[in-house]
Design a protein around this ligand. Structure first.
Ligand code: ASP
Ligand code: MG
Length: 476
């Protein structure tokens, strides 16, 4: 009897003390780590029109937890800035001047619909004046690589500043965090989360009572301290790096589609969003052609185990896709295509029973910093694919001594991605049933449990994606 009472009282006192314990723990955790925040990244089309900017102003407020909002440039802007840079580099200053004027006219029209209050319209005008004056001054400076990066940075600088004016008009309290003060890359163009974390935390600590932060995606400083960027589409990468640096609760990537789909909606009629996938599956899909997410943006989230959500700005209630540690289910999730692939076959009887042959071949690609995507071997030949042909001539020259070389340009990789793809019932049957009438050049199966890749001449891409949609997903 006594024993029972003792046990009960232990349970009782344990129950009593649990909530205060948790409370103290969470207070200590908050003091130690700072309050958890979320990251919300909006792409070019989400900010590309004045009414859309207003719409996302609504989405980013009342989030419950503090948020860092990462913005791309307005859609079309980075392309225009690339063109301006190219015209200047070619010495066509007149052409560049016209392109700058056209872009400025677009922004003038944009701000006239963005804000109504005269003092804020004046503020928006001053922002345009500052950035377009900069572009005009650049016309008189001699062109350099560093200058072209300065030109490219104007897009995100403009979008974030204009969004802040929009927030101001709506009376929404916010802070603009300049990405150039915390987002950095090293000598190898690699971002270092450690130093980003230190710098970003310093910035955030200056505004401890604030809940909404706005910053630029894509742009950063390089090891020389110059303005640089994380390559085209890099705003997703910025968002994921920021999420990792602040240990965010979630990294939301808002675009104009309701998540990652099972197939390319531009190529096949009927597609469906995938609700959940693992980091590995998402990495394969992003790398092998799904345009919704920059492939590099997976690793920071994966390393720090931060869920990435792909959401639709136009349909905020839609589930979208959650990318996290767990795959959700076993089986094939999606197919994606990667264009502009070059296949190289090296045939040599010296490969027969030899060792070290592959190493020597790989060394050539390593020397020219060219990644290999697919590889298949037979006893006397090896076939591999690359998507960067900037060093192809040199590579082929150095491969010559190894045997007969064949090169096929204009190929496409179609990847079937999922979790334990081989365990899907009838998978192989369905897959091979779907590739009928298509001259498949290479098949890569077993490299990872998440991917089967097929190489086909580019002109068969659409047909194969359609046949796979029917054969593997039962969608027309
Ligand atoms: N504005 C940049 C681009 O168009 C970065 C991005 O949008 O992710 O590439
Ligand atoms: Mg993008």
């Amino acid at each position: 009897m006594g024993k029972v009472i003792t046990v009960n009282s232990v349970v009782f006192s344990y129950r009593l003390s649990l909530p205060p314990c948790l409370l103290i723990y969470s207070i200590l955790k908050k003091l130690w780590e700072g309050e958890q925040m979320k990251v919300m990244k909006f792409g070019g089309t989400s900010v590309g029109r004045p009414e859309r900017m207003h719409h996302i102003a609504g989405l980013v407020t009342n989030q419950g937890e503090p948020a860092i909002v990462v913005l791309s440039a307005l859609s079309g802007t980075t392309n225009a800035l690339v063109e301006i840079g190219e015209l200047i580099s070619k010495g066509d200053r007149n052409g560049a001047k016209q392109a700058i004027e056209k872009l400025e006219a677009h922004y003038q029209a944009f701000i006239s619909e963005l804000v109504a209050k005269p003092e804020l319209l004046a503020k928006a005008k001053a922002i345009l004046a500052e950035h377009f004056e900069f572009l005009t001054i650049i016309l008189r400076i001699s062109f350099s690589e560093a200058l072209s990066k300065d030109i490219l940075a104007q897009g995100e600088l403009l979008s974030t500043k204009l969004f802040c004016v929009c927030l101001e008009e709506l009376g929404i309290e916010h802070v603009l965090l300049p990405a150039l003060e915390f987002m950095t890359i090293d000598n190898y163009d690699e971002p270092q989360i450690g130093s980003i974390k230190v710098k970003l935390t310093q910035q955030l600590q200056q505004h401890t009572n604030k809940k909404l932060f706005i910053t630029q995606g894509y742009i950063c400083r390089n090891a020389k301290g110059e303005v640089d960027n994380l390559k085209r589409g890099g705003s997703d990468y910025s968002a994921s790096l920021i999420a990792a640096a602040i240990n965010a609760s979630v990294c939301e990537i808002w675009t104009d589609i309701d998540g990652m789909h099972n197939n390319d909606p531009r190529v096949v009629k009927k597609t469906m969003p995938v609700e959940q996938m693992s980091f590995e599956e998402a990495a394969e899909l992003a790398y092998f052609g799904a345009k919704i997410l920059h492939p590099a943006s997976i690793w920071p989230a994966q390393q720090y185990n931060i869920a990435v959500k792909l959401l639709n700005t136009m349909e905020p209630e839609a589930k979208g896709t959650t990318i996290a540690g767990q795959a959700g289910s076993v089986g094939v999730k999606a197919v994606a295509a990667k264009d502009n692939i070059t296949a190289i076959r090296i045939k040599s009887s010296r490969m027969l029973l030899a060792y070290g042959f592959l190493r020597k071949i790989f060394e050539v690609f390593e020397k020219y910093r060219t990644p290999i995507d697919m590889i298949t071997t037979s006893e006397v030949a090896v076939s591999l694919t690359i998507d960067s042909t900037s060093n192809l001539k040199n590579i082929l020259k150095e491969l010559e001594p190894f045997g007969a070389i064949e090169v096929d340009e204009n190929q496409a990789i179609i990847s079937v991605v999922g979790n334990q793809v081989s365990q899907t019932e009838d998978m192989v049957k369905k897959l091979f049933g779907s590739i009928m009438n298509i001259p498949v050049r290479m098949v890569s199966y077993g490299g990872s449990p998440h991917n089967i890749s097929l190489l086909v001449p580019a002109q068969y891409k659409t047909q194969l994606l359609q046949q796979l949609n029917r054969g593997m997903f039962g969608l027309e």
